[in-house]
Design a protein around this ligand. Structure first.
Ligand code: PMP
Length: 309
């Protein structure tokens, strides 16, 4: 099977080879999409010879929150999940920047309202920085409406939600765009298919608030903190109109996988100059300094993999 995934994975706390990391085709996750997942990054720091998992505790907290909302009868504790992830990284002897994937899923072969058994899987994929971080992206507003909190809550990182994101992303890519911006059921700006949206207007940074049917993104939280601390810019979390984005001076989106990518145009209308702007570049610099451990700021955000091996 063609795969990029590192050869060793973790299944229910045991390190297993990739081809033994299997579940039954009739498990609850396959039948009903009953799973929550996380995508994190482990950043390799060559100088220090260590890998830093970025904001591991916050990702695990969100995973536990998702398991509770899905009413799973087992909610793994953070230490068990952290140990499973770190053991998998060490078993692969990973010494490069990777994307880490964790899925807590409904196993077994029961009916719709089953709450267990619950499984946990972890794996890693080598994932260097996307060229989009430097070059930027061209984005389309989706014709698909973002799922809403009272239907399929986007703040729960549930596998089933991503049928919505996938449809939106496929549509945008068919139409020749790099990515997609989704709107809420009220027609307001929500988020990308895997990233949270920001724009710069009149000297302030604006981003849809947490009631705009977004994932409560850890990178969003990081960008808000860094914008204030490093750039000294105000960040306003509010409802954003679709047509306001066309008036922005700059825009970018961010996520653990995407990192921070400049948005150069929306619906073929240039945003600002149509080039990555100074605020976006400033956020990028602050972000990469902190995730890669090139600054001493926010050590609590970086979990070293090898220092304590
Ligand atoms: N929104 C969506 C829909 C996502 O899938 C992601 C990626 N997890 C994000 C935003 C960014 O979230 P985070 O910064 O926590 O990775």
């Amino acid at each position: 099977m063609a795969t990029n995934t590192a050869p060793m994975m973790s299944l229910n706390g045991r390190v297993v080879p990739y081809d033994q990391c299997t579940i039954h085709a009739f498990s609850g996750v396959v039948k009903y999409g009953a799973a929550v997942f996380e995508g994190l990054r482990g950043y390799w720091n060559e100088e220090r010879g260590d890998m830093y998992v970025f904001r591991l505790r916050e990702h695990l907290e969100r995973l536990r929150y998702g398991m509770r909302v899905l009413r799973f009868d087992t909610i793994y504790d953070e230490d068990f999940m952290a140990d499973s992830l770190i053991a998998m990284i060490r078993a692969n002897d990973l010494r490069e920047t990777v994307h880490l994937r964790m899925i807590a899923f409904l196993d077994g072969d029961d009916e719709l309202a089953a709450t267990g058994p619950v499984g946990l899987v972890c794996g890693a994929v080598p994932r260097p920085r996307s060229p989009a971080v430097t070059n930027g992206v061209h984005v389309q507003t989706s014709t698909y409406q973002r799922v809403s909190d009272n239907a399929l809550p986007p703040r729960v990182k549930c596998t089933a939600n991503y049928v919505n994101n996938r449809a939106a992303e496929l549509e945008a890519k068919r139409n020749g765009f790099n990515g997609v911006l989704m709107l809420t059921d009220r027609g307001k700006v929500s988020e990308g298919s895997g990233a949270c949206f920001f724009m710069v207007r009149n000297g302030a940074i604006h981003t849809p608030d947490v009631s705009s049917d977004i994932l409560e993104s850890i990178t969003r939280d990081t960008a808000i903190a860094l914008a204030k601390e490093t750039l000294g810019l105000p960040v306003i979390e509010r409802t954003i109109d679709r047509h306001e984005v066309y008036a922005a001076d700059e825009a970018f989106w961010c996520g653990s996988g995407y990192e921070v990518q400049p948005i150069l145009s929306l619906d073929r209308l240039a945003i600002g100059t149509g080039e990555p702007g100074p605020v976006t570049r400033g956020i990028q610099k602050a972000y990469f300094d902190v995730v890669e451990g090139r600054t001493d700021a926010h050590p609590e955000w970086r979990t070293p993999v090898w220092a304590n091996a």
